[in-house]
Design a protein around this ligand. Structure first.
Ligand code: GLU
Length: 380
């Protein structure tokens, strides 16, 4: 497998853009020409039927001069609240850069600010995923950044690498492309060691690779190879490929697809196992309740469908939306596990009802599945 093949085969691609590619040297402006070229590449990918999601950094860097923070002050030495305020100022400019680039192509974009914990908490995960899926289905490109204002930890550069991998798992993307100023993985640090060799493909990440990545360099823009490798580990265990590529030159995506002199490292996803969420689900020992289903629903599940309220006979236990339920046949035979899209009270109101009745019963249009097929794992 090569980077080129991987991008050609992919249906849904998450592209993460590092600060150094978004912000010009003055620190005050976006690199509009570069973003415009990226938008042209993305337009071509969409014509090819691909879904695109963007995770972009750059907000802190674009806001800091407004707060009088000198450009040469290392991010580590800037107090957290100043970085958060900078991000709040700069985020508009990041989004505006994409807006200017995509508008001429008549491509709609949407600003989505997430926190890392949102992707960890299943309830918030469901909401974030629903929003992203809705945008993607409607042909809108989400432009995601971490919600720095409410981030509980230090804003660390490199967090967006991991955020991109988590978003990819959330929406079941095929590949994540981390664009920054590095060419990917080398056998040693190429800035210090002349004999360092570039590695184009990593089939399996080993301790040796982790050592090659070294420690994160506290710099202006990138989290270094360390955070990229962590993101790669997250992605590949979830069955997602991850590419690290040097995005400095215009039209990087097109050049990667044409195999045109852009260096990259492809980390090949683990396609042999269940995806990570399903593994997490099947390892979950304490469901909050049980859902008993009829034969029609059993058939639907076995052929890869979601569990609709109409096929549910009864429900046991006390659970909230986002909790894990055991899925059983009417006679109590255990079939698998899944994440409930309803809390217990609401679930009880809709079971046995057709999907088109649910909005009337609930008083608003919500989910039509009790357990979405992507949130379910059936026993072999
Ligand atoms: N959220 C930060 C920003 O927009 C960047 C974090 C990162 O680069 O990983 O400036």
């Amino acid at each position: 497998m090569s980077t080129q093949q991987c991008l050609k085969n992919a249906k849904t691609i998450v592209i993460k853009i590092g600060t150094a590619l978004i912000v010009d040297k003055s620190g005050d402006h976006v690199r509009q020409k570069w973003i415009n070229a990226l938008a042209e590449d993305i337009q071509a990918l969409r014509k090819d039927g691909k879904n695109i999601v963007i995770v972009s950094s750059g907000a802190v860097a674009l806001g800091r001069t407004s707060l009088g923070i000198p450009l040469d002050k290392p991010p580590m030495s800037i107090p957290l609240q100043k970085k958060q305020a900078s991000s709040a100022i700069g985020q508009f400019h990041v989004f505006n850069g994409f807006f200017n680039a995509f508008s001429p192509h008549d491509i709609k974009i949407a600003q989505v600010l997430l926190t890392m914990s949102e992707t960890e908490n299943r309830r918030m995960h469901l909401n974030a995923r629903a929003t992203l899926s809705e945008l993607i289905e409607n042909g809108v490109i989400p432009i995601i950044n971490e919600n720095d204002t409410i981030s509980t930890g230090e804003i660390r550069f490199g967090d967006n690498d991991r955020l991109a991998a988590r978003v990819a798992q959330m929406i079941e993307a095929d590949v994540v492309v981390l664009l920054s100023t590095t060419d990917g993985l080398y056998t040693a640090n190429p800035d210090k060691d002349d004999s360092a060799e570039h590695i184009p493909v990593v089939e399996q990440i080993t301790a040796e690779h982790t050592e090659m990545a070294g420690e994160a360099v506290p710099g202006m823009s990138t989290g270094g190879m360390k955070s990229k490798l962590e993101a790669a580990k997250n992605a590949v265990t979830g069955g997602i490929d991850l590419i690290i590529a040097n995005g400095m030159k215009d039209h990087v995506l097109q050049n990667l697809i044409d195999d045109n002199a852009v260096k990259s490292t492809l980390f090949v996803g683990d396609h042999t196992t269940h995806n990570a969420k399903k593994r997490w689900l099947s390892a979950h020992m304490r469901p909050k309740g049980q859902v008993f289903i009829d034969d029609g629903a059993l058939k639907a599940l076995q052929s890869g469908g979601s569990l609709l309220p109409v096929g549910v006979k009864r429900i046991d236990g006390k659970f909230e939306r986002g909790d894990i339920l055991e899925i059983c046949t009417e006679s109590g035979h255990k079939l698998g596990m899944g994440i409930s899209a309803f809390n217990k009270d609401d679930a009880n109101k809709v079971i046995g009802k057709n999907s088109d009745q649910i909005a009337d019963i609930m008083g608003f249009t919500g989910r039509s599945e009790l357990i979405h097929r992507n949130d379910m794992v059936l026993q072999a």
